[in-house]
Design a protein around this ligand. Structure first.
Ligand SMILES: [Mg+2]
Length: 229
């Protein structure tokens, strides 16, 4: 049997950066384009950094060409390491015990599926001591549309495992309806966790396969995500 692939979202699922990510975007916009914007009305949760950058540029009538997106995101990545320690973020409830328990299991692969850029993901996870927990990832560098990311993760998991992982043995675990949508688009199963900005009822409307208040209750989550040993 191929292993089960678990793909975790980062912000609102594993951790909250306490607003450092958003502040870094605002700082990048100011340093690279000289524009002040509080980003009110720009949807951030569940979106990819490249998609968010595109929307910010469009709002300021700057063509969302690859070089402009890159410039804004370079400013974001430059600001992020300084801003992370200045904001009171944290690893979310239940995440560490769950990751510790999953590490003991040989029947799963731990990955990321995130709207972060790979470097941004690395910076956030390293700041919160989670950087060595994941074997692969799919990121905003791969595609600006989150719904296109599952196949990237599946290819990397197949290379790692030496065998194809069926999408039906893949879970996307995230805190927004967009994570659920992205699981559906990739043929994967969706576990929604109400630790971000979306309520349980908002997540239920997206019809995930599994809806959890948080990632506490390690044993129950292991039973739900992984087949019996
Ligand atoms: Mg999220």
């Amino acid at each position: 049997m191929p292993p089960v692939l678990l793909l975790f979202d980062i912000d609102g699922t594993l951790l909250t950066s306490g607003g450092a990510g958003e502040k870094a975007l605002r700082t990048g916009l100011l340093s690279r384009f000289g524009i002040q914007d509080d980003l009110q009305g720009i949807e951030i949760a569940g979106r990819t950094d490249s998609g968010i950058a595109r929307r910010i540029l469009e709002r300021h009538q700057i063509p969302p060409a690859p070089e402009n997106i890159r410039r804004l995101l370079d400013g974001y990545l430059e600001a992020l390491p300084t801003l992370l320690p200045l904001h009171s973020g944290r690893v979310l409830h239940g995440v560490l015990p769950l990751l510790n328990a999953l590490r003991q299991r040989s029947d799963c692969i731990l990955g990321l599926l995130t709207g972060n850029l790979e470097q941004g993901a690395r910076l956030k996870l390293a700041h919160y001591g989670l950087h060595d927990r994941f074997q692969l990832g799919a990121y905003a560098d791969d595609h600006h549309d989150r719904n296109a990311l599952v196949p990237f993760a599946l290819r990397r998991a197949a290379a790692l495992a030496g065998t194809d992982i069926p999408p039906a043995r893949t879970w996307v675990i995230g805190d927004t309806p967009y994570d659920v949508e992205c699981a559906r688009a990739g043929g994967a199963r969706a576990a929604a966790v109400a630790t971000g900005v979306f309520s349980s009822s908002a997540l239920a409307a997206a019809q995930p396969d599994l809806l959890l208040p948080d990632l506490g209750q390690t044993d129950r989550i292991l039973e739900l995500l992984l087949p019996p040993p």
